[in-house]
Design a protein around this ligand. Structure first.
Ligand code: AMP
Ligand code: ZN
Length: 474
């Protein structure tokens, strides 16, 4: 039985879908205004593992993912410029062009990481009409009010507004650093529809481009404008999954207190039904102990990681070592170690042949680990135990291929992969290796040995083989 942590109840619960074996799952997707980085990717690998574990347990998962291509403002509290308009200016392209460019980059990244594509992908700009109808329902039910900035949701009318985050509204007010849109009745009220031209625009938070016009805007019963960010997710989740109550909704932990809280309020206000049974949230990835940010220049994309000589599945292997609810600290040393471990793993798997009756003992242990709130680091240690065990190769091969349905580490392509993955060494070690190669060519063996010692001091062993130099981390 699969057990998973539910943010809503703050407990690890047995997973029971509404209509088994079907599982309806919605994932907040990327905002396509800039490059998606390895922090974002940690989250999508996390979702991929969840889906694979559900499938391993015999469920049939239908996953809808949205692409946010309008309406996500720089601040989550409905102030600031639309990220898309800002991104368009940064890259000197139209909003529609950057949406296309970064959607492509997103799908290339998830593909490289062996993430299964969502069953259905929905772009916010393709469902403007449906979002307007959704807002009209809320209007008819008396949950909205109009101010100069747009149409807002009145959170005081929705009981238990903070049930997901468990936040206390008075604490929220006390600690409010949130920029308050003029005319909003309560701190937590949020935009359903924003007007293109609003009197509350300020110089610091331009709503429109330097030409004075939004690139993305639509006519509505309330006037020219665009939907608030949260609206797309409620509308497309219910439409795409064809149900008002989803089994699972996922996202990053940053979404809990505003975005998902607002999704719940507007969805439950409109339908009168519970919106989501299980909320699953992934923790963040930090780099060298710091938040990934442009100012510290520590933003890395999957393409960047590959350019440095890493296999994207070594990055996947690294992600699996940290539990999805724990913060993960990315370092290049950790990725180098993951690439070495992953190469060894793939080499072991590539030696196995003729899969036949697997090892029930290890398969059971593996299932227990993945069903224990997705304990993937434990699952990986069971994989290694199995490899080192005395079971026949054919049994190991059978069980490992089965386990890889969840791990997604490319065991079925182990032969090709074991040849292509290189050990990535620091630039200094690489330079010394080249220097040593040159000395050996000149038959200056004593000096070459001297360099080998230097390399050893940096933590690497060198072996000369007929195929060239082989490097191992000590
Ligand atoms: P965005 O595409 O900017 O809307 O981001 C999508 C989501 O990716 C964010 O809301 C987070 O949930 C997640 N995310 C962003 N940065 C990180 C990070 N450093 N680590 C993990 N997840 C992240
Ligand atoms: Zn969302």
């Amino acid at each position: 039985m699969l057990k998973i942590y539910n943010t809503l109840t703050r407990k690890i619960e047995e997973f029971i879908p509404i209509n088994p074996p079907v599982v309806n799952m919605y994932a907040c997707g990327p905002t396509v205004y800039d490059y998606q980085h390895i922090g974002h990717m940690r989250r999508y690998v996390g979702d991929d593992i969840l889906i694979r574990v559900l499938e391993f347990n015999g469920f049939k998962v239908k996953q809808v993912m949205n692409i946010t291509d309008v309406g996500h403002l720089v601040s989550d509290s409905d102030t600031g410029e639309d990220k898309m308009e800002k991104g368009a200016r940064k890259f000197g392209m139209s909003t529609w062009e950057i949406a296309k460019k970064f959607e492509k980059q997103f799908f290339n990244s998830i593909n490289a990481l062996n993430i299964q594509p969502p069953s259905i992908v929905m772009r916010a700009t393709d469902y403007i009409r449906e979002q307007i109808v959704f807002i009209q329902t809320l209007e008819q039910k008396g949950f909205t009010y109009k101010i100069a900035d747009g149409i807002y949701f009145d959170t005081s009318k929705f009981p238990n507004y903070t049930k997901l985050s468990g936040q206390n509204i008075s604490e929220l007010k006390a600690g409010a650093r949130i920029e308050m849109v003029a005319g909003k009745k309560h701190l937590t009220d949020f935009a359903l529809w924003k007007f293109s031209y609003s009197k509350v625009q300020s110089k610091n938070t331009p709503r429109v481009s330097s030409e004075g016009k939004r690139q993305m805007e639509w006519a509505s019963p309330w006037g020219l404008g665009f939907p608030g960010w949260h609206m797309e997710c409620s509308t497309m989740a219910i439409k795409g999954l064809d149900t008002e109550t989803l089994d699972i909704h996922t996202g990053g932990i940053d979404h809990i207190s505003i975005h998902h809280t607002n999704e719940i309020a507007q969805s439950e206000a409109a339908t009168g039904k519970e919106f989501v049974k299980y909320w699953v949230h992934h923790n963040f990835l930090h780099v060298d102990g710091n938040k990934m940010s442009k100012s510290t220049g520590n933003i890395w994309t999957v393409e960047g990681v590959v350019k440095k000589g890493f296999d994207p599945l070594a990055l996947r292997y690294l992600y699996l070592q940290t539990h999805y609810r724990q913060e993960m600290n990315f370092t290049w040393d950790a990725l180098e170690a993951a690439q070495i471990a992953y190469k060894r793993l793939i080499e072991e798997v590539s030696k196995l042949k003729n899969p036949k009756v697997g090892c029930a003992e290890y398969e059971e242990k593996f299932l227990e680990a993945i069903n224990d709130d997705l304990n993937m680091s434990k699952a990986l240690s069971i994989v290694w135990e199995l490899i080192k065990s005395n079971y026949p190769d054919s049994a190991k091969a059978e069980s490992l291929l089965k386990m890889d349905q969840v791990l997604g580490l490319g065991f079925d392509k182990a032969k090709e992969k074991s040849k292509s993955i290189k050990i990535v060494v620091p630039a200094e070690v690489q330079r010394l290796i080249e220097e040593r190669n040159a000395l050996r060519k000149q038959r200056s063996f004593t000096q070459a040995d001297h360099i080998r010692n230097k390399i050893r001091k940096l933590g690497y062993n060198i072996k000369d083989t007929p195929k060239g130099v082989q490097i191992e981390k000590i």
